[in-house]
Design a protein around this ligand. Structure first.
Ligand code: ZN
Length: 371
């Protein structure tokens, strides 16, 4: 509210300079509103698999970086509530999330976060907890996190590749199986921890449109593992998070991500593919998306788009009147998960607008690679 009042005072002062300044001012206001980044962790350990691990030393560097850059750390549920209500957030807010309920969250990360009084969210895959898998917290341990600033949320029961249909499974059977996967964990979280937050993280960050529809129908907000800043303009069944483990734990690159702003998206249109969510069949080798930005003095010449595993993508059909452009991979995208990442420098120095489009491409047998 204070920020708005300050802005409004500036607006009154600047009004006499004419329409152009007012336009820029309101663009600036909308840009700074509701820009939040969410960081995604798994293990905080130097003895677990590197790809899903952030070392305690790296995690300490990340927390210091968050503080040094003037960010507030909020619980995910509070951020979602603000975005849903369209309430303006401070310009520097970040959220810390952990997937998979690993015990290093309790033993290593929680004391570091508790010392700073910073909240966090753990997405729980309940079968692994029930079956007491190695390196997974018990229900009692998970419950204890709630007294230490932790929120508990839904990561499905079995942590399967949810978009994959089983052999011979009808669409109705798949839907029922997905309902069960989500509702079993919902019940268990309620039963063991009295937690019932409407937050869901897709296992492996994989989703397709029918799965998004189920998430929405069950009243959940869905999080993937594609990059980008949150904004109220995005689809609430496919919100982005920045992975911060393995190669992504490098504090230098993570700082740019922490400070990223949402791309001022007006619409995203999938030009090739089976649905609008990014799911592609094996036959779609080089999918395209048309991104249209909200009006503003965007410099599309400064836009850069990258394709997973292959460097820059082709940017064509640039329409500076409509602020729209088309992105296409130069080479065939891989089967499984891949991304188109588009960034554009912001007028606020050192910050970038960021949009990531998640693709999920099935192999020739109609399956997804398992990992
Ligand atoms: Zn997971």
């Amino acid at each position: 509210m204070n920020m708005f009042l300050t802005k409004y005072t500036q607006y009154l002062r600047l009004r006499r300079f004419g329409t152009l300044i007012i336009l820029i001012l309101f663009t600036g206001l909308s840009l700074r509103a509701n820009a939040v980044t969410v960081l995604l962790y798994h293990h905080i350990s130097d003895t677990t698999p590197r790809i899903t691990s952030t070392t305690p030393g790296e995690f300490a560097q990340h927390l210091q970086m968050i503080e040094d850059n003037g960010f507030e750390v909020w619980p995910l549920s509070k951020v979602v509530r603000y975005l849903q209500q369209g309430t303006t957030l401070p310009s520097r807010v970040t959220v810390i999330t952990f997937d998979d309920a690993y015990d290093s969250i309790l033993t290593t990360a929680t004391p570091m976060l508790e010392k700073r009084g910073w909240p966090f969210t753990v997405f729980v895959n309940s079968a692994a907890v029930d079956e007491q898998h190695r390196h997974i917290m018990s229900w009692q341990e998970l419950n204890s996190l709630q007294d230490k600033g932790g929120e508990l949320a839904n990561h499905s029961h079995h942590h399967s590749h949810m978009a994959t249909r089983l052999e011979g499974e009808t669409e109705e059977q798949w839907q029922q199986r997905m309902h069960d996967q989500i509702l079993i964990t919902k019940d268990k979280l309620k039963q063991h921890t009295n937690s019932e937050l409407p937050l869901f993280a897709y296992p492996y960050g994989e989703f397709d449109q029918p799965l998004q529809a189920i998430i929405s129908e069950l009243g959940y907000v869905g999080f993937g593992q594609q990059s980008g800043a949150l904004s109220s303009a995005l689809d609430f069944t496919a919100l982005p998070r920045f992975p911060a483990a393995g190669v992504y734990a490098n504090p230098k690159t993570l700082r740019t991500k922490l400070k990223s702003l949402p791309m001022p998206i007006k619409s995203v249109e999938v030009l090739v593919g089976e649905d609008q969510s990014g799911l592609t069949s094996y036959a779609v080798k080089k999918p395209s998306i048309r991104i249209t930005l909200e009006p503003g003095d965007w410099r599309l010449s400064e836009l850069a788009c990258y394709v997973s595993n292959q460097g820059t993508g082709d940017i064509t059909n640039i329409d500076t009147n409509n602020n729209s452009f088309v992105v296409t991979a130069k080479k065939e995208i891989i089967t499984g998960r891949s991304r188109y990442n588009c960034t554009m420098p912001s007028q606020e120095g050192g910050r970038y607008h960021w949009y990531s489009h998640a693709w999920l491409r099935f192999n020739a047998q109609g399956e997804l690679p398992t990992d």
